[in-house]
Design a protein around this ligand. Structure first.
Ligand code: ADP
Ligand code: MG
Length: 620
């Protein structure tokens, strides 16, 4: 045969060759996924034909049913996967299965590296598609005939090595047959029971019937679950559908089924995944919902049905009102789309609210995975972000280990409290020691702890909730929490007398020089000797952080050092004689402690030699 002039031998693209080499020698235990890939290709080919037939009635075998058929032949170690989809011409066979560089292949080869054992991760991530069949095949022949009436049938043949051939073939009906000669150790894939098992597991919801054998009955359930009456669908069925839709292992945290007649007709099945981490084989490669019109897939990852911040939602939207003859590109400019987006968005918001209310533990899982996206939504979305506010959750100073909503915060406010307080910082633990919290620790007023960089962006928009302004406790002139009657404890110990204050402040200024813009006393501290605050008129702390995140060269403005005249260290410093060398040491240390607690210290370890000097002085 090889010397027949009609046979063309061709070389695979370099990265495809490498990919094939890895697959052929892989010890990957879940080889069965090759069938999922072939069935998914068959289903794509059927969908595309379906789509073509909406506008073109001149296709080959227009009456042939759209179906997928597996023909196993255990005696001869053969498996044929056959579809009546749009088929391929000789040129398309060569291109699609050999000469076109596949975007995923190179990334796959790199990620696979020398690790042949854990190929699973890599296969899942890149979806190696058709070539995965070489994990089980000694040789593959793809016989195909295009739906175009004037195209001839052709066959592509390869053993998964360097080359493949294309030659004319005998095939009179439309579609594609993947004929696999199974490897010795893969003959299980010619057993009907095994194929049935794999289809049930991976391809149950494929939208076309899958048969085994020429006479066999349909194996997959093929239901458009979203078109069923919600009352007749069990929770387990939704979970199963979600798993096959996304190939996630975990069931969804929550789901919703919509059947709407007005203002537009639509069906939808919407799911919130349990984690932002994708499972091994996950199909969640991009955000977006599957968009169908009358059961025909229009778009796989449609991003125009939800705002970006809800991009984690998985599922299917199907509307009879979408004009079918629109091209996939013009879908987004369609008027019906805007209505669908509104309905779907409202439903997802309800779903999240219900989850938060009815299943707080589940909501905490959701928040961990996707909370940041909601905050991003608050920061970036132009309209109606207030709807997101009740969904936000934060750690706070008074309820360790809990995530607190703004509503729960407001409920726990002290009677005379007028604001919602927050503190910004790098990590939750060091914030607990912040001098800015002195007054709050004392009065038991709760403070939201904001450590996520996204919080800073969120605060650009979220400045008020209900009637309460959000107030940063680190602002020099922030309204302090009210002191409850009876709690107003006067400082117990000694206070730095007025007359020595000015002198001490001058000394501190002398030591710190340019490093601070001012030094002044404050009555807002109790446990801490000093703190750093922004000079009046500087940009808000969260805005400074935003600048810093967006621009590495942004310099934090110099701060004001506020000292606590009632703190023993400050009192003691005031008593030192002007020429006592310990004075400068202690001032330096006090300043650097304040820097450290603000997360602004450039080099904490550099403090050690001074701390040792202070220790020596203490021992004298
Ligand atoms: P993907 O499905 O991600 O595009 P595959 O490796 O699975 O990648 O398939 C490569 C291409 O080969 C497909 O994009 C399609 O054009 C073509 N193809 C594969 N199987 C079929 C089939 N059964 N019918 C028609 N075309 C197919
Ligand atoms: Mg594919």
């Amino acid at each position: 045969m090889t010397d027949s002039p009609a046979v063309q031998a061709m070389h695979f693209k370099a990265e495809t060759r490498k990919l094939l080499e890895i697959l052929a020698h892989s010890l990957y235990t879940e080889r069965e996924i090759f069938l999922r890939e072939l069935i998914s290709n068959a289903s794509d080919a059927l969908t595309r034909l379906d789509f073509e037939m909406l506008t073109n009635h001149d296709v080959l075998d227009a009456e042939t049913p759209l179906e997928i058929r597996l023909l196993p032949d255990p005696e001869n170690h053969m498996l044929v996967v056959k579809d009546t989809g749009l088929g391929m011409t000789a040129e398309e066979l060569a291109e699609n299965l050999g000469t076109i560089a596949r975007s995923g292949a190179e990334a796959f080869v790199q990620a696979a590296g020398d690790n042949r054992q854990n190929l699973g991760d890599v296969i899942g991530q890149f979806g190696v598609g058709f070539y995965s069949a070489f994990m089980v095949a000694e040789e593959i022949r793809v016989v195909s005939r295009s739906y175009r009436k004037d195209a001839a049938a052709a066959v592509w043949t390869s053993r998964g090595e360097e080359t493949f051939t294309i030659e004319p073939a005998e095939k009179t009906d439309r579609g594609t047959e993947i004929r696999i000669k199974l490897k010795e150790d893969a003959v299980e894939f010619a057993e009907t029971w095994r194929l049935r098992e794999i289809i049930k597991k991976h391809s149950d919801f494929i939208g076309f019937p899958i048969y085994i054998g020429e006479e066999g009955e349909q194996v997959n359930r093929q239901t458009a679950l979203w078109r069923q009456n919600p009352r007749q669908v069990q929770e387990g069925e939704y979970h199963e559908f979600f798993k096959q839709l996304t190939l996630e292992m975990e069931p969804p945290l929550t789901y919703a089924h919509m059947v709407v007649d007005a203002p537009v007709q639509m069906y939808a099945a919407l799911f919130v995944p349990a984690s932002s981490e994708r499972a091994l084989f996950s199909l969640r490669r991009e955000p977006g919902l599957k968009l169908y019109s009358r059961k025909i897939l229009i778009q796989n990852f449609c991003k125009d049905l939800l705002p970006t911040y809800l991009g984690f939602v998985q599922g299917v939207v199907d509307s009879e009102d979408l004009p079918l003859n629109v091209s996939r590109e013009s879908v987004q400019s369609n008027r019906v789309m805007a209505q669908l987006k509104k309905l779907v968005t409202a439903k997802v918001m309800d779903m999240l609210k219900a989850l938060a209310k009815d299943k707080p533990e589940q909501y905490a899982i959701f928040w961990k995975g996707f909370g940041r996206m909601l905050k991003e939504g608050v920061a970036t979305e132009a309209a109606e972000v207030e709807g997101l506010y009740p969904l936000l959750r934060f750690p706070t100073t008074t309820r360790p280990g809990e995530l607190v909503s703004l509503d729960a915060y407001v409920d726990a406010m002290k009677p005379a409290q007028k604001h919602i307080y927050y503190i910004l910082g790098e990590d939750e633990r060091s914030i607990q020691h912040s001098p800015h919290l002195d007054a709050f620790r004392k009065s038991g007023v709760e403070v939201l702890v904001l450590t996520d960089p996204m919080d800073n962006f969120m605060l650009l928009r979220l400045t008020k909730y209900l009637d309460y302004e959000l107030v940063n406790v680190a602002a020099a002139n922030a309204d302090l929490p009210p002191v409850e009657a009876g709690e107003k404890a006067e400082p117990e110990g000694e206070t730095l007398p007025e007359e020595t204050r000015a002198a001490l402040i001058e000394r501190i200024k002398g030591v710190l020089g340019e490093r601070v813009t001012d030094v002044r006393p404050t009555d807002r501290l109790s446990d801490s000797p000093a703190r750093l605050v922004d000079p009046d008129g500087s940009p808000d702390q969260s805005i400074q952080r935003v600048y810093r995140l967006l621009n590495k060269d942004f310099e934090v403005p110099k701060k004001v050092l506020e000292i606590n005249p009632a703190h023993p260290i400050v009192v003691g410093l005031g008593k030192l004689s002007a020429d006592d060398p310990r004075g400068a040491l202690l001032v330096e240390q006090m300043y650097e402690d304040a820097l450290l607690i603000e997360g602004l210290h450039p080099d904490p370890a550099a403090m050690i030699s001074r701390i040792q000097q202070i220790m020596q002085a203490a021992l004298k």
